[in-house]
Each structure stands twice: as C-alpha cells, then as structure tokens.
Design a protein around this ligand. Structure first.
Ligand code: FPP
Length: 230
C-alpha cells in the first residue's frame, strides 16, 4: 500500500494523514473484492522493517490499526469476511494483539472473503522460521529428507492453508517485491500502478483485475488462460 507518505507530502500534511487516507482505500478495496468475488485479499500493512520509522509514525499506525478493527468488526462479521494475519503479531502493542485476536475469533467461521493483514511481516523471516521448524523435526528424527517438499514448506509458512496469490498490485510505481511473500509470489502476476495508495479507487482495482485477465499464465510450461479468461 505504497505512497501514503508522498500523498500526504504533496498536500503539506503529516505522513499519518496519508496513512489515514490509506485506511479508506482499504475499505474501498475490500468492498471491490466483495463485489467481484475475490476470495483472498492480503494487505502489506506493516513490515518488519517499518519498526525503523519514527516512533510517532509507528504508534500512529498501531492506533489506526486498532481503530480500523474497532470500526470494521461488526461489518466483517455481517459481510462474511474472515480476518487472518501473517507476521509476528507478538511484536505489536498488546492492545492491538488483543483486538486482532478478538476480531479473528469473531470472524473465524466466515468464508466469503479472507482478509489477511501482514503485520510485522518479513518474507525472509517467515522462510527462516519455516526452515527452523523443519530442521527441528529433522533433528528429532521425525522428518526424512525426502519428505521435504514444496508442499511441506507451504505448510510451515504463515500462509499455510491459503492459496498463493494470483495477482500482486503495487502502488506508487515501485518495481520491487520489498520482502513480501517471497516464496508465495513465484508465479504471481504483477500489476504496477503509479497511483499513490490513498488515490487507489475501485476503478483502479477493476483495471488491475482486467490486466490480470489479459495475461496468459505458463508456469514455466505451456500457455494456459487465466481462470477468469477461460
Ligand atoms: C507504505 O507507504 C504504507 C505503510 C507502511 C502503512 C500502510 C498502512 C495503512 C494504509 C493503514 C493502517 C493499516 C490498517 C490495516 C488499517 P509509505 O508510508 O512508505 O509511503 P511513501 O512510500 O510515500 O513514503
């Protein structure tokens, strides 16, 4: 959700005003997913590296997260949205952790849209944690070398049980992965828009879906059409 800071700077506003505007883009994007039948939406809300930002920005982001969860809880329950997280949420302030757990529990039975918040998340750290858990099992004699497969690694990641993303949308024109879902993005289609995240509208989401539909996915093999195209 890149570009909140630059969006605010362009208007002579503090960076947090950009993050606040970014929260409203999240609402629009979630609604667009509900409208179009997208079943999984993962938002990179706070990376492990974001702890290096000024303390006021970090605490402001945590408060925004709490506010978002407080305001959206009942709507998520009602609309069939299941909230999940990836990342080390034990590193978040305790009130944020409690609220997240409460909303995740309240929405656990929903299945229309899974909204995944990446919080204190790093793709490399996630892979390191998965490798450590595999090494522990192997050292204890509970895991044979041949049992280490892509599926086993999938099952040890934070995203266990979730499909790999079909589409990655990157705002503000950045052409990097920035430590996001490094394993899971292997065959993901990438859509980059120059728009800053707070300016991202439903039409931009639909344009990204249309771009995705125009791609032919080969997975290193022969041509297949995107599901929506087939
Ligand atoms: C990146 O833009 C954005 C973030 C680090 C925070 C994203 C958070 C929100 C949109 C709101 C809080 C989250 C929830 C789930 C309510 P940037 O600050 O790096 O922008 P810049 O690249 O222009 O500086």
């Amino acid at each position: 959700m890149d570009g909140n800071g630059r969006w605010a700077q362009q208007r002579g506003l503090p960076r947090l005003a950009g993050h606040e505007a970014g929260s409203r883009s999240i609402e629009r994007c979630v609604q667009a997913c509900l409208d179009t039948g997208v079943e999984f939406l993962t938002l990179y809300a706070f990376s492990s590296e974001n702890w290096k930002r000024p303390a006021a920005e970090v605490s402001g982001l945590m408060l925004l997260l709490e506010k978002f969860l407080n305001q959206k809880r009942d709507e998520m329950v009602r609309e069939g949205i299941r909230l999940r997280h990836i990342g080390r949420i034990q590193e978040l302030p305790p009130p944020c952790q409690r609220k997240l757990r409460e909303v995740m529990d309240a929405t656990a039975q929903n299945s229309r849209l899974t909204l995944v918040l990446a919080l204190s998340y790093s793709g490399r750290t996630e892979i390191v944690d998965a490798v450590k858990s595999i090494a522990r099992d192997a050292a204890a004699g509970n895991l044979a070398e041949d049992a280490i497969t892509p599926e086993l690694i999938d099952s040890r990641l934070n995203t266990a049980g979730m499909p790999d993303p079909d589409l990655l949308i990157r705002t503000s024109g950045e052409m990097r992965i920035s430590n996001f879902l490094l394993w899971q993005l292997s065959y993901t289609e990438i859509h980059v828009t120059k728009k800053f995240w707070p300016d991202f509208q439903k039409e931009d989401f639909l344009a990204a879906l249309a771009d995705f539909q125009s791609r032919s996915r080969r997975y290193g093999g022969v041509e297949t059409q995107t599901e929506a195209n087939a």
